[in-house]
Structure formats: structure tokens, C-alpha cells
Design a protein around this ligand. Structure first.
Ligand code: S3P
Length: 171
């Protein structure tokens, strides 16, 4: 296991927990959305507006490919990355993928009216997207329920799952 990839719906806490998990493991941390912004010189919202969603998904795939050589890395995937078959295959290679499963009510509370997430702009679409995405996230190697605890407590639980999976894979 060279990498840990955190997947899950928007606002699950992938970036917040991922950074804390990386510190616990003594690994580097990479946020896919931030990497795409760096590559494009655009915010995620600008990328969706100016280039369109297919171009954004192509960037996600390119970033997932970039990661292939990296070791000791925690990755916070964008909420849609694991729903794309090719990107998912890249993210799963040599990695432990952990689904941070958050209740829909927590997502809706966290995504306020002024969200800068393009796919959350139409709040009425969130429940259907949430249900659809769950079928992809379920392909992860492990699940950790989040949304109710403090970030450090949730990161600690993910850390424990990672350690347990690591020793299982060594056996
Ligand atoms: C998306 C989730 C966002 C970002 C983009 C698309 C999605 O990431 O990649 O707005 O398709 O669910 P977060 O999950 O970090 O919000």
C-alpha cells in the first residue's frame, strides 16, 4: 500500500481529515481539487464555468495518473473522481481507498447557500446525486462513518482503519 485515497461526497471532510491523517502517518498530503486548480490556474468553479465538466473530469484523470509514482501519500479525491471509471481504476492502484461516509443531512447543513461547489449550486439535485454516488463509493476498500465528530477524532478513526488494513495486507 503506497497511498491512502479518501473518497466520499462533497463536504464529507476529505481534505480536513486527509491532512490530519497524513500528519499521523508522517506522509505527504495532496488534495486533487487544489492540484487541478494549480495545473489550470483556475478555481474549480471557474474550471466548470469556462471549460465545462468533461474537461474538469479529464483533469481529475490526469491528476490521478500523476500520482502513480508517489509513495507515502494521502490523497483527498474530489467528490466525483471515484465515480469515473478510469479515474477510479487509477486511484485504486497500489492504494487503500477509504470511503468517508457522511449522512445527507450533514452534507446539506455544511453546504450553505453560498457554496462555491458547482454541483451543489442547485441544492435540489443533491439528494439524487448523493444516492447515485454511493454506488461508486461502495467500491472503496473500507468505510468510515463521519460527520458527527471533531476532525481530530474522525482522523484518528481513519488512521486506525488504515493501520489495521496495512497489517492485514502484510499477512
Ligand atoms: C465535485 C466535488 C468537488 C469538486 C467539484 C466536483 C463532485 O470536490 O471536485 O466541485 O463532482 O462531487 P469536493 O468533494 O472536495 O467538494
Amino acid at each position: 500500500m503506497r497511498r491512502v485515497v479518501l473518497v466520499g461526497f462533497m463536504a464529507a471532510g476529505k481534505s480536513t481529515i486527509g491532512a490530519r491523517l497524513a500528519r499521523r502517518l508522517g506522509w505527504d498530503f495532496l488534495d486533487m481539487d487544489r492540484r487541478i486548480e494549480e495545473r489550470l490556474g483556475l478555481s474549480v468553479a471557474e474550471a466548470f464555468a469556462r471549460l465545462g465538466e468533461p474537461a474538469f473530469r479529464a483533469e481529475e484523470e490526469a491528476v490521478a495518473r500523476e500520482l502513480q509514482g508517489r509513495e507515502a501519500l494521502v490523497v483527498a479525491a474530489g467528490g466525483g473522481a471515484f465515480a469515473e471509471q478510469r479515474t477510479r481504476a487509477l486511484l485504486r492502484t497500489d492504494a487503500l481507498c477509504v470511503w468517508l461516509r457522511v449522512p445527507l443531512a450533514v452534507v446539506e447543513a455544511r453546504i450553505g447557500a453560498g457554496s462555491d461547489r458547482p454541483l451543489a449550486a442547485n441544492r435540489a439535485r443533491i439528494p439524487a446525486l448523493f444516492a447515485l454516488r454511493a454506488t461508486s463509493y461502495a467500491l472503496a476498500d473500507a468505510v468510515v462513518d463521519v460527520g458527527a465528530g471533531a476532525p481530530d477524532e474522525e482522523a484518528q478513526r481513519v488512521f486506525e482503519v488504515v493501520l489495521a488494513c496495512r497489517s492485514d495486507r502484510r499477512r
